[in-house]
Design a protein around this ligand. Structure first.
Ligand code: KG4
Ligand code: ZN
Length: 365
C-alpha cells in the first residue's frame, strides 16, 4: 500500500447526514481525524418513521455543511485528501443519490478518485477500524434495516450464514416504541423502559428457534406485543407505567434470547473455517443495546471466541466507517468513475439467494 491514505467519507443512506476524515498510515491502525453526524430525528418525529423525501432533501441541504465541518475538525483541506468515499447503497434511494451527487461534484472539481462504498460493508468492516481485527471474523450486523450473520473474508468478500426473513430488530424496536407511545428511535426508548420492567410477566415467542440454522424473524414480536397491549387496555382501560416497562422488558428479552441462540449456531459454523484467533464482532445501531451486547459477550466467551463491539457512536450510522471501507477498497485498486450509480439494494454476499420478506427499508439482503 502507499505510505499514507487520507480519505473523506460521506454517508446519507437513511436519516443521518455524515462526513468524516480517516487516515491510514502503512503498518498502523487507521485514525479517525473527524466524524460529523447530523441526525434528522426531529424532522421525522411527527410521522412515526423516516419519510424518504424529507430525508433526501435534508441530506442535500446538509451534506456540504458536514463536509466543511469534517475538514475543519480534521484540520485539513480538500488538497490533503487522496480519495472521496461515498455510500452508494443500499438505502433510501433519494438519500443515497444526494450523497453520490455530492461526492461526484467534489471528485469532478478536485480530480480526486471516487470510491463507491456499500453501507453494509461500512458497518461490517468497523471492527478493523476500531480494533484492527484480522480476517476472517464473524460479524453480526444488526440495525434498523438489516440483520445478518456474515463471515468477513476480505474487504469485499463476505459469506452470509443467515439473516432475518422479515423485520430487522431495530425495526421491531421502533415499531414497539410506536405501539407503546414512546419516542423514536425506538431502540433507546425501549431499552430505558425495559430496565425497570419484569421480563417474565409477558411471554413473547422466540421465533424460528425450532428451525435449524441462523435465519431470524422478528415481525411476530410486535404482533404479540400489540395483542398483549390491547388485552390490558381492554381490561383496565389503559397502560400503567409498570405495564409499559414489563412489555418492553419481555420484548427485549425475546430479542436477546433469540440473538444469543442464533449467535451460538453462527459461531459453530464460523469455527468450521478454523480461524487462528476466532472473533465475533457486532455492529449496527442495535449493537448499542447493553443487554444484547452482554448476552453476545457471554455466548462468545462460552465458545472460546473473542467478542468485540464498536463504541456506541460507531455502531449507529456514521461516515468514519464509510471513509475506512473506502480506504480498504482503494487499496484493492477498485475505484469508480463519474458513472457511479446509487443502488437501493446491494447484498454483501452476492452469491446467496435474496432473503424473503421486505421491511420498511426494502428487501432484506
Ligand atoms: O445502524 P443504524 O443507525 O441505521 C440503520 O442502518 O438502520 O440503526 C438504527 C436502528 C434504529 O432502529 C434504532 O432504534 C436502533 O438502531 N437502536 C437500538 C438502540 N440504539 C439504536 N436498538 C436497540 N437498543 C438500542 N440501544
Ligand atoms: Zn446502518
Amino acid at each position: 500500500m502507499v505510505q499514507t491514505l487520507t480519505v473523506l467519507g460521506l454517508e446519507s443512506s437513511c436519516d443521518d447526514t455524515a462526513a468524516a476524515v480517516v487516515r491510514q498510515r502503512k503498518g498502523t491502525r487507521a485514525d479517525i481525524l473527524s466524524s460529523i453526524v447530523h441526525g434528522q430525528t426531529d424532522l421525522h418525529s411527527a410521522y412515526g418513521g423516516v419519510v424518504p423525501e424529507i430525508a433526501a432533501r435534508a441530506h442535500a441541504e446538509k451534506l456540504d455543511i458536514c463536509v466543511k465541518q469534517a475538514l475543519t475538525q480534521a484540520n485539513i483541506t480538500l488538497g490533503d485528501l487522496d480519495a472521496i468515499a461515498v455510500t452508494a447503497g443500499p438505502g433510501l434511494i433519494g438519500g443515497v443519490m444526494s450523497g453520490v451527487m455530492c461526492a461526484k461534484g467534489l471528485s469532478a472539481a478536485t480530480g480526486l478518485p471516487l470510491v463507491g462504498v456499500n453501507h453494509l460493508a461500512g458497518h461490517a468492516l468497523t471492527p478493523r477500524l476500531t480494533d484492527g481485527i484480522a480476517f476472517p471474523y464473524l460479524m453480526l450486523l444488526v440495525s434498523g434495516g438489516h440483520c445478518q450473520y456474515l463471515i468477513a473474508h476480505g474487504p469485499e468478500r463476505f459469506t452470509r450464514l443467515g439473516g432475518t426473513i422479515d423485520d430487522a430488530p431495530g425495526e421491531a424496536f421502533d415499531k414497539t416504541a410506536r405501539l407503546l407511545g414512546l419516542p423514536q428511535p425506538g431502540g433507546p426508548s425501549v431499552e430505558v423502559e425495559a430496565r425497570t420492567g419484569d421480563p417474565k410477566r409477558f411471554r413473547f415467542p422466540r421465533p424460528l428457534l425450532d428451525r435449524p440454522g441462523c435465519d431470524l424473524s422478528f415481525s411476530g414480536l410486535k404482533t404479540a406485543l400489540m395483542r398483549m397491549r390491547d388485552q390490558i387496555v381492554g381490561e383496565k382501560g389503559g397502560l400503567t407505567r409498570q405495564d409499559r416497562a414489563d412489555l418492553c422488558a419481555g420484548f427485549q428479552q425475546a430479542i436477546v434470547d433469540t440473538l444469543a441462540e442464533k449467535s451460538r449456531r453462527a459461531i459453530a459454523l464460523y469455527l468450521e473455517h478454523a480461524p487462528q484467533e476466532p472473533v465475533i464482532a457486532v455492529a449496527g445501531g442495535v449493537a448499542a443495546n447493553t443487554a444484547i451486547r452482554s448476552a453476545l459477550e457471554t455466548v462468545s466467551h462460552g465458545m472460546g471466541t473473542r467478542f468485540t463491539a464498536p463504541p456506541l457512536a460507531l455502531c449507529t450510522d456514521n461516515a468514519a466507517m464509510i471513509a475506512y471501507a473506502g480506504i480498504e477498497r482503494f487499496q484493492t485498486g477498485a475505484l469508480d468513475g463519474l458513472d457511479l450509480t446509487a443502488r437501493p439494494r446491494w447484498p454483501l454476499d452476492q452469491s446467496s439467494p435474496a432473503m424473503l420478506g421486505s421491511g420498511k427499508k426494502g428487501a432484506k439482503a
